[in-house]
Design a protein around this ligand. Structure first.
Ligand code: SF4
Length: 655
């Protein structure tokens, strides 16, 4: 039975009696399939993500009938299941295609001629993006950053990654698929470096590790802490060592890891949960992808250490859907750990220490990087951030005390326990100890992963990655800030501090002398470089605003509306209709966004705010006058588009 043929699904609800009769066996089959898959997860509604993922694996969408079946089995409302499906990029209730092509639309992709790749796909598949071909063979979709910024333009096709796309490669690929070749045979490079060549990964992705320091240096026999050190130290000792190292969370917020673990240890619960947040979705970030490819042992070992310290018995690694190609490999690593006794029952020979890890695949939603949204998703729901308090450490996954740590943080813990806190505090700066993994991409000769000590200057970063004619650098992804060489003293710093003050930012005289640290330039690791030939407003800022508009979960009216309104205002300026008041409005609206519930909304105005603060001259060159009103505003011209849409005359006299 061809499960991907469109016509089957389109007729599912057809009332024609003959057609119903014809499709009865098929509908029964689908119902049985749904029941079978739900049974795999004990009909547990909190495993809805897995159930939906498995259904998509078989048939590429979930039908209306299947939702109804699931609703009965899981004792949920159909509406809530439909809500969940509609939330994630990689779920669908409409039949998709045999080959579903998700082309990354991040800025690094755009900078490497995404447009011509997009056109090549459209021409060869004979459809536009957002459509499925009539024969059900091809579906073309845009998708947010897939974590391949050092090898863009990249696409995900049926879960496989295709990097460095060009129109030629697209032609070859589609020609091959049309002639019946297998997708695997069309991967145009045999495999990437390191574990990308592992049979369970078999991907053309490259790690591009350019600089190793204390974390990435392979000077450590995996699982050594678990095998030789853990049984000799108490959980309190472990927490004490992590506190002594002053390790702060590497996801961006920088919360002290030891303190988080101490809270976690104190709170009582029937179960306690350790979550590794591997949902790196910030455009420009790909370090977790490389850590999970090359150092999964250290990440898992960090989870086990964290569980020992806090008394947790449940471990969950939330893997972003875009990294699904690593799933089999990572599960194998967990099996290997169980086999040698460092995961499961009596971990590392400690009689009362039972802890296991399950990998939960996401389904495409940037906001799930926020810890409470991630927990919602783990519970089988829409990934909408929760109101806080209570914080996850008090009431998290299924109501249990939950500690959420980042991939890099957990790997770092292992090295701290192995070498000691004193060793670790010998690196970095006084207020920012240790090293940071940077994902560097954009206009530079050597994009990739660089492990640098905190305190490294932006100037050093530029030299390291071979960037020239640098105009600007986006530090920390779209939610971070766009910095440039412009002398800061020329700007109105009072205004800046009034409207825009991310985590204690200090003002340095020259931006490129600024240093990566929690007190100057905090970052989760994303660094995107733009040379002098890039149009920062039209290309970069607009792309970032589109990203936030696309990724808002829609709960807060500020985050749902303001990025859209701000983008329109920027467009007005770019169209030459801007006045000085528009810039003031943008600054004011950016402040309104800070009232949003989670970090996504709170930072969604940053692309515009930071570009106004650091590149105000770019805005002013579009401003037609320094008055507050657009004196040349042409009302008739401005209503032409809506007049065309409503079939009315675009003349003021007709009103
Ligand atoms: Fe959702 Fe945005 Fe509100 Fe966050 S800020 S909860 S993403 S609407």
């Amino acid at each position: 039975m061809n499960l991907q043929k469109n016509s089957y699904f389109c007729c599912e609800n057809n009332n024609n009696a003959n057609v119903d009769e014809f499709f009865k066996p098929y509908l029964r089959f689908m119902k049985d399939l749904t029941k079978k898959i739900a049974a795999r997860y004990n009909n547990d509604p909190t495993r809805l993500m897995d159930i939906l993922l498995d259904l998509h694996e078989v048939q590429n969408h979930v039908s209306d009938d299947q939702v109804d079946t699931l609703a009965k089995i899981l004792n949920q409302s159909g509406a809530s299941i439909r809500e969940t499906i509609s939330f994630y990029h990689f779920f669908s209730m409409k039949p998709l295609a045999r080959y579903n092509i998700y082309l990354n639309n991040s800025i690094t992709s755009v900078m490497r001629d995404r447009q011509s790749v997009k056109e090549a796909f459209e021409m060869d598949c004979d459809i536009e993006f957002g459509q499925v071909s009539e024969d059900g063979q091809f579906g073309l979709f845009n998708t947010s950053c897939i974590g391949m910024n050092d090898q863009d333009p990249a696409a995900i096709i049926n879960g496989k990654i295709f990097t460095n796309l060009t129109p030629y490669r697209v032609h070859e690929l589609i020609k091959g698929l049309k002639s019946g070749q297998a997708l695997d045979d069309l991967i145009y490079e045999n495999h990437g470096d390191g574990n990308n060549s592992d049979p369970d990964v078999h991907s053309m992705v490259y790690n591009h590790i350019r600089k190793k320091s204390i974390i990435l240096k392979k000077d450590y026999p995996f699982y050594e802490v678990l095998k030789t050190k853990l049984k000799d130290v108490s959980p309190e000792d472990v927490i004490h060592k992590v506190e002594a190292s002053n390790l702060r969370g590497r996801g961006g917020a920088g919360f002290p890891t030891g303190l988080k673990w101490r809270f976690g240890r104190k709170i009582e619960g029937e179960h306690k949960v350790i979550i590794c947040n591997a949902d790196e979705g910030e455009p420009g970030t790909f370090k977790d992808r490389v850590m999970l490819t090359e150092y999964p042992e250290m990440v898992f070992e960090g989870m086990v250490i964290s569980a020992y310290a806090t008394g947790a018995d449940i471990g969950l690694l939330y893997l972003r859907h875009e990294y699904k190609y690593l799933l089999k490999f990572l599960n194998r690593k967990l099996d290997e750990m169980r086999a040698i006794g460092v995961l499961g029952k009596k971990v590392a020979g400690i009689s009362d220490f039972n802890f296991d890890i399950r990998i939960q695949l996401g389904a495409g939603a940037y906001v799930c990087g926020e810890e409470s949204a991630l927990i919602e998703s783990l519970e089988g729901k829409r990934g909408e951030p929760r109101d806080k308090p209570p914080f996850p450490v008090e009431k998290g996954y299924l109501g249990y005390p939950t500690i959420v740590n980042n991939v890099e943080t957990l790997a770092t813990v292992v090295k701290i326990l192995y070498h000691g806190a004193d060793w670790y505090t010998g690196f970095g700066t006084k207020d920012s100890l240790g090293t940071k993994l940077l994902s560097i991409s954009g206009d530079c000769k050597f994009p990739g992963i660089y492990e640098v000590e905190w305190g490294t200057s932006i100037k050093e970063v530029i030299e390291m990655c071979g960037a020239e004619e640098v105009q600007a650098i986006q530090v920390g992804g779209p939610s971070g800030m766009l910095i440039g060489v412009k002398d800061f003293n020329n700007l109105n710093s009072n205004e800046l501090m009034k409207w825009y003050k991310p985590s204690g930012m200090m003002i340095a005289e020259k931006f490129f002398d600024r240093r990566l640290s929690y007190s100057d330039l905090p970052t989760g690791g994303s660094i995107i470089i733009f040379n002098k030939h890039r149009d920062l407003l039209k290309d970069v800022v607009m792309n970032f605003m589109d990203f936030f508009i696309e990724e808002s979960c829609g709960s807060c009216s500020t985050c749902r509306n303001m990025p859209f309104v701000m983008k329109n205002k920027l467009q007005k300026i770019l169209d030459g209709h801007g006045v000085r008041k528009d810039i003031d409005d943008l600054l004011s609206w950016g402040k309104t966004l800070k009232a949003s519930r989670c970090g996504l909304g709170q930072t969604a105005g940053n692309p515009i705010l930071s570009s106004i603060f650091n590149f105000r001259h770019l805005y002013e060159q579009y401003i037609q006058s320094l008055t507050d009103f657009d004196t040349g505003f042409d009302l008739e011209k401005s209503i032409q588009a809506s007049a065309k849409f409503t079939h009315r005359k675009a003349s003021l006299h007709s009103f």
